[in-house]
Each structure stands twice: as structure tokens, then as C-alpha cells.
Design a protein around this ligand. Sequence first.
Ligand code: ATP
Ligand code: MG
Length: 468
Amino acid sequence: MESKSNVLMQRYELGRLLGQGTFGKVYYARSAITNQSVAIKMIDKDKVMKTGQTEQIKREISVMRLARHPNVIQLFEVMASKSKIYFVMEYAKGGELFNKVAKGKLKEEVAHKYFKQLINAVDYCHGRGVYHRDIKPENILLDENGNLKVSDFGLSALAESKRQDGLLHTPCGTPAYVAPEVIKRKGYDGAKADIWSSGIVLFVLLAGYLPFHDPNLIEMYRKISKAELKYPSWFPPEVCELLSKMLDPNPDTRISIANIREYGWFKKGPNTKSKRPEVENNTDSSSSTSHSDQNDETDGVAPDAKDESVVPTSINAFDIISLSAGFDLSRFFDESFQKREARFSSRLPASVIISKLEDIAKQLRMKIKKKAAGLLKLEGFDEGRKGVLSIDAEIFEVTPLFHLVEVKKSNGDTLEYQKILKEDIRPALQDIVWVWQSDQQLQSQQSEQQLQVDDQQQQQPGITPPQF
Ligand code: ATP
Ligand code: MG
């Protein structure tokens, strides 16, 4: 494990690495003056400059410097050197809240306590004009008393830049918590996006798994956009109603914080006999008569939650590239699906992929109808059998040099589309494609057969194309 042992700005003794995010590292530290424990987030200045939102960041940080709320990680000070910015913050000793959920769903009163604290934190910051935009497990921490602390409030410009990186949206991080309008890259209201993510958090706390989960990233995006929810049997009806309003795919009709507060469940919590709402320990099974507890057993991990066994996961570039076996390929073996969509990976920059697609459109005498963030729409001029042929190419950035591209027909005749895809588009893309998904499935099927033939043989190390 990485550690540094030096003194920062003659003020803080740096300790162990607490974690790493997209923009830098977070270290444990101790004030040389007061001996107080702190966490220091170190960010490269150029990374912040690149976002082009330094003014917004400065504004938000100055607001957060004055913010004091029991459920918001306090920002003690901001320091800077030539190349780095240091955020000195309150240290959350209890680590990430979701480490608890990783063991299974929480008891209803415990989930209620955390949810209430989360909404209080979010409401407080919204009241000061600061939106989080990146509420996710890594940013929901616990202090030594088991109280929830939201971190990274005031850094929404950074969260934003991760997504709006030029033309692309990046699936690095956790798309599972991101509101549909954010995924669709429309202009969006930060307050409503935070309410969506808080709804996902509540669902995960009570269920022990994500509401819109799919091992395939693109499929996960689809599920989120549709917001089709299935509530576990142990969810109280009032919670289902609240969640359906928080996870409303339309931000305009999505519930406000003021209205969340109106819910009896929010105000009072679960219908419990015993008055021990602060109990945070999973082993307590005596305190509640609520539906959620009927199944609770040792460790507070209900057997039904175990059966679901989908622990919330965050997907990042590393997962996609090196743990790609985790990506479920089964549905792509379905022929009807393959006929509609084609996917490939590329190790070239997005700009190269885009200009290649533009060239292809020209060659095919199709016009580029829409060029939104990450999405190119190729449209024919002639009416075919079933109207004008329209093809969408959507680019997902995994890392700046690794992209997933999905090509699919959005209008027109399927046979015409398949013919063009096979005879024109695929060959024309040849020099930018690293691997086509279908080819790679073939390869993995073959290699599986090979492994069956000789399962003693060690796999050769080296770069293999990722699965997706
Ligand atoms: P992103 O790059 O999207 O911001 P992130 O939130 O995981 O992702 P960081 O905010 O840099 O990245 O935090 C990295 C890790 O450090 C977190 O996952 C968290 O576990 C830990 N951490 C951050 N702030 C604190 C804190 N104040 N106290 C204790 N641990 C912290
Ligand atoms: Mg963070």
C-alpha cells in the first residue's frame, strides 16, 4: 500500500492513503498544531484547469468553507502549491457507509436514519446553492459515531467535467447512481439529480442491491433511462411510493425535498415497537415489528437479500478492462439482438473515431443529422421500404484511449441496415476497430473449448482484447 511520511506545508503530517479518485488521492493526516485528524484530498491543478470551470469551483468552495452541517464533511481549509490543490477536510473515521451494505441489506430503522441524514445534508447544501451531482457510495462516509457524512459537496464542477468531457460521457465511476437526464446529457437541474441519486441510495440500503443493475454497462444505462423498478417484498408500501417519486425519470415531476419531508416514513421512520432508532448494528433483531425485520437473522443480513446476492458495485475503467469477465455476454448470443446492434472497442482517441464515422457517412451519402455529446446520427436521403434509414453511433469513453462504440439502427429497414453494416460500415471501420464484440464472443467461445481440451495449460500473459 502506498504511504507518504512527510509534513505538508509544515502544518500536516501525512499518513496513509485513504483512497484514490479521478482527480487525485486522499490521505489521512494530522494537524501538527492541534493534533486533529484530517483527510487531505490532493488534486492536480491542471486537472482542475482543464475542466474550464475554475470560477464555479472557486465559488462553490468558498460557500463550502462556510458550511457547517453534522452530515456534511467539513472543509477546513484549501491550500495550494505550484502544481496541486489541497483540500483539508474532516476525517470520516468510519469509512464508507456502503461497506456495511456489502454485508447485506440494512434494517429498516438503520436505513431510515441514514436516509434522513443524507436528505438533511443534501437539503442544507441545496439551500446554499451547492449541488452535489455525484452522490455515490464513495462519497457517503461515516464518522466514529456512525453518523453519515457526505463528502465532495462543492466539487460538482469536477463531477460534471468527468461526464461532459467534450463529446463524451464517461462510464468511469458509478453510472448506477446517475439520473436519466444526466445520462442523456441534457441540461439538467442539479437539485433533481441529487434527489434521484438519494433515492438510489435509499433503495440500496434497504434492498442490499442496486435497483438498476446490469453487468453490461450499456444495458444499465437503458434500465436507468426507463426507470423500471421492482421493489423487494420487504419494502414497506410507503417506501415504495416515496421511491417511485424520487426515481421518477422525468425531473420535472420528480419529488422535491420539501415533499420528501412530508412522508410519514421520513418523519417518523419505520413502525417500531422499541424506541431504539439509533441502533446501527446489524445483529439486533429485537427492536422491530416491521415487515423488513421478519427475515432478519444474524448479522442483519436477511436470507432473501443474500439470495439476490447482487452487492452494489462500482464500475470503472479498471473493472471494464481487467475484470471484463464480469460483463454478462449472454444476451448478446441472442441472434435477434446482434442483428439490431453492433459494438466494437477502439484504442484510438474519440476525435479519430468521430472523423472516421463522418467519412463513412460521406461515402454512404448519408448526412450527419445530430451530433450531440457522444452520439452521431447518420441519416439517408432516400425513403427506403420502411422510411429513411437512420443509424446511431454512440461512443462511450472508458479511458481517453479506450472507447466502446455502439452502432444501431434507429429507423428504416432492418435488412437494408444489416447489408450496409456488413458490406460498408464494418469494412470501413477496420483500421480503427480493436475488436468487434461478435468476433470476440467467437474467440471466447473458441478459447473456452480450448481450455476444455487442455485445462492444465496456463494462459499466456499479455494484452488481450477486453470483453464487453
Ligand atoms: P471521484 O474521483 O469520482 O471523486 P471518489 O469520491 O472515490 O471518486 P475521492 O473523493 O478522491 O474519490 O476519494 C477517494 C476515497 O477516499 C473515497 O472513496 C473515500 O473512501 C476516501 N475518502 C475521501 N474523503 C474522505 C474523508 N474525508 N475521510 C475519510 N475517507 C475519505
Ligand atoms: Mg469522493
